[in-house]
Ligand binder design. Structure first.
Ligand SMILES: Cc1cc2nc3c(=O)[nH]c(=O)nc-3n(C[C@H](O)[C@H](O)[C@H](O)COP(=O)(O)O)c2cc1C
Length: 198
């Protein structure tokens, strides 16, 4: 089993980084488009990547029962069970969140709360985080910074290291990201480079 693990993680002499992209908007809008393009570029680099959109799954809200603090598992049997396995398996988590009321989306927050079993078992520790917030307002209003700061606090609490964060602004409607070709291409290049340089 150990041999298989090593084989899977080492290709061409490089240690591979398994990436999980968490798309924080359930519509096929700007986060979705960014995630799809990022996945294509990571795959070109032969970096293992998968993505989930928690908003389109069946995920119960955390009730705060705290059972997972004792047991390391959640009492709910829903799509979060599969997500937990994917998070465990990933070395790098990439959160793509739409900015909502100067912070991250409710879908991401619900997902974060349901990661508490992995916090309890310390299985988030040592993972890496890339956080990208996409919002409508201009950068100067710092609206998207709220989302980045919240993701940073989550990472700090969980023992996760933030290796890159950035924002894309002036995106309101679903198609708006397509008008920002240069900025999107540059940011995707930056993310791929950062992952390759770990
Ligand atoms: C309820 C709600 C609140 C929002 N609040 C903000 C905000 O505070 N700042 C901002 O820049 N954009 C805000 N927006 C705009 C979204 O961030 C923007 O439409 C973004 O592109 C959505 O990403 P998506 O296309 O992936 O859903 C808000 C949108 C909604 C629906």
């Amino acid at each position: 089993m150990y041999k298989n693990y090593v084989f899977f993680h080492i290709i061409n002499g490089d240690i591979m980084r398994k990436v999980l992209i968490i798309v924080g908007s359930r519509r096929e809008g700007n986060c979705y488009t960014f995630g799809k393009r990022l996945m294509t570029e990571l795959k070109k680099e032969r970096i293992p990547v998968t993505s989930i959109t928690p908003g389109n799954q069946k995920i119960h809200l955390c009730t705060g029962c705290m059972d997972c603090d004792q047991t390391g598992v959640c009492d709910f049997h829903d799509d979060m069970m599969e997500n937990i396995l994917k998070v465990k398996d990933a070395d790098i988590l990439i959160f793509l969140t739409p900015v909502r009321w100067n912070t991250l989306s409710g879908d991401i927050k619900i997902f974060m709360d349901r990661l508490n079993p992995l916090y309890a078992s310390k299985e988030l520790e040592g993972k890496k985080l890339i956080s990208i917030a996409i919002g409508a307002k201009e950068k100067e209003l710092y609206s998207s910074e709220g989302a980045i700061t919240t993701l940073g606090s989550f990472a700090e609490s969980a023992g996760i290291k933030v290796i890159l964060h950035d924002t894309i602004d002036h995106c309101l409607n679903v198609e708006d990201l397509n008008e920002k070709e240069e900025a999107v291409t540059k940011l995707i290049e930056k993310i791929v480079k950062r992952i390759k340089n770990i």
